[in-house]
Write a protein that binds this ligand. Structure first.
Ligand code: ADP
Ligand code: MG
Length: 437
């Protein structure tokens, strides 16, 4: 196949929004992809992931915090003249007729009244609204209003048609009809559009319509994968190849670490025993010296400790997947033994991996730090989350433990002066952390 020309591309787009409390939150992080001439590209991502923001940036309606949009390799600034957008909600002017709504955008194009009429009537006819030119929006069904939305974009004859979940406000049958009609216009080249970029949260819609799916993660949105969809049109949802693609994309979308972000949304997080990393490593070394497994009473004796004081340490070792207590015996896991025998650096790596997997609260803190543009968050904001479920004293103790573990594993740093948790420059690269998408 001949190399096709890249029509539109986005290069390392990043967008931060300032929240009402003044905190910046990163919504898009370094998004890059291209759209080729003749291509129908879908952008798939969970609700709230930043898809509308991305499309608005491409249309030039929102300014990115960094990165750029390019058209035929030239940077585009301001409103992008090569695109037109179909929105999810119809947003028609109720006091204008169908034809007047459709013609509106043409006024800035310097066309004669006659030309405007001709062009709009042609598009109205093409989109299946023939006979409704003089109707007002309130006289139309939802499906027909959205057809006006399409007509309004198509009459501009954009090179790239942008669509933001254009079928999601419609009932199933109406959506399916409109999808088919649009795809037919595109496949039969009845519209001069050179490329289509549609945002959706429906995997089936993406596989039904597109040539390629760009899959976004959330909080912040990053490109997780680009999946080519090479099935010939018209596609059948029952086709095994269709089902397989849907399944593959579903796995990509969900193959993320335990949604660290929702730790607190799901309820009380598991309490973290108040044990310093130093005590943990000491315990693991001792257990290893004792052959990797020993009777609890012997252990208490060896350490000259009460069982009561010993148990939280073992609980922490267990929580981290480094050991377990079974029938009065304390024993190390494989990872625990590997840890005991590892170098200092390797120990930190093992601890980092196991802590991110097994201690959701710590994964949550790390995740928030990565999301934050300055990679710096007040410890107080995490404390508040704990205080929804624990006493003030227990919350503080858990935060202290998590900070201590996080510092030991070099997952985070802590500034006592400002009570802020932050990422040190060399550990701020999220790619350096296993399991963070
Ligand atoms: P999607 O279209 O994928 O559902 P959006 O792009 O609409 O996602 O929103 C992504 C995130 O950005 C959401 O958390 C939303 O609340 C936030 N957001 C969107 N627009 C603004 C804005 N103008 N100011 C602050 N936050 C915004
Ligand atoms: Mg949206």
């Amino acid at each position: 196949m001949a190399k096709r020309q890249t029509l539109l591309s986005v290069d390392a787009l990043t967008k931060d929004y300032t929240m009402p409390g003044g905190n910046p939150v990163r919504v898009l992080d370094q998004i890059s992809f291209g759209v080729e001439d003749g291509e129908f590209v879908t952008i798939l991502g969970p609700s709230g992931s930043g898809k509308s923001t991305l499309l608005r940036i491409i249309a030039g309606l929102v300014t990115p915090s960094s990165g750029e949009v390019r058209y035929l390799d030239q940077p585009v600034s301001g409103v992008n003249p090569h695109v037109a957008m179909v929105f999810q909600s119809f947003a028609l002017f109720p006091w204008l007729t169908v034809q007047e709504n459709v013609e509106l955008g043409l006024k800035s194009r310097g066309l004669s009244v006659k030309e405007r009429h001709e062009r709009s009537l042609r598009v109205i006819d093409m989109i299946g609204l023939d006979g409704f030119e003089g109707a007002y929006p309130k006289e139309l069904s939802g499906g027909m209003r959205q057809r006006v939305g399409f007509a309004r974009a198509l009459v501009m004859e954009p090179d790239v048609l942008l669509m933001d979940e254009p079928f999601s406000a419609l009932d199933v049958l109406t959506a399916e009809n409109l999808r088919r009609d649009l795809l037919e216009l595109w496949l039969e080249k009845r519209i001069p559009t050179k490329a289509v970029l549609i945002v959706t949260h429906s995997i089936e819609e993406a596989v039904y319509m597109g040539d390629r799916a760009v899959i976004l993660s959330r909080e912040p949105a990053r490109v997780l994968a680009e999946v080519p969809i090479l099935l010939p049109h018209w596609r059948e949802r029952e086709d095994v190849r269709f089902v397989r693609l849907v399944d593959q994309i579903y796995q990509t979308l969900t193959a993320r670490p335990v949604a660290a972000d929702s730790v607190f949304a799901r309820g009380r997080p598991a309490p973290v025993p108040a044990v310093r990393a130093g005590s943990l490593t000491g315990m693991i070394e001792l257990l290893d010296d004792l052959g990797g497994s020993t009777d609890l009473y012997r252990l208490a004796d060896e350490l000259n400790m009460d069982l009561e004081d010993l148990l939280p340490i073992l609980e922490a070792v267990e929580m981290l997947g480094l050991g377990r207590v079974r029938e009065g015996d304390a024993q190390l896991t494989e990872t625990g033994r590997a840890f005991a025998q590892a170098t200092v650096l390797r120990r930190k790596e093992l601890f980092r991996d196991t802590a991110l997997t097994n201690v959701p609260a710590l994964a949550h803190i790390r995740h928030q730090l990565e999301r934050h543009p300055q990679h710096r968050v007040g410890a107080e904001s995490f404390l508040e989350l704990f205080e929804r479920y624990y006493s003030a004293e227990d919350s503080r103790s858990q935060m202290e433990t998590l900070i201590d573990w996080g510092r030991y594993a070099e997952l985070l740093a802590y500034d006592q002066e400002t009570d802020q948790i932050y990422l040190e420059a060399e550990t701020a690269d999220p790619k350096a952390v296993p399991g963070s998408a």
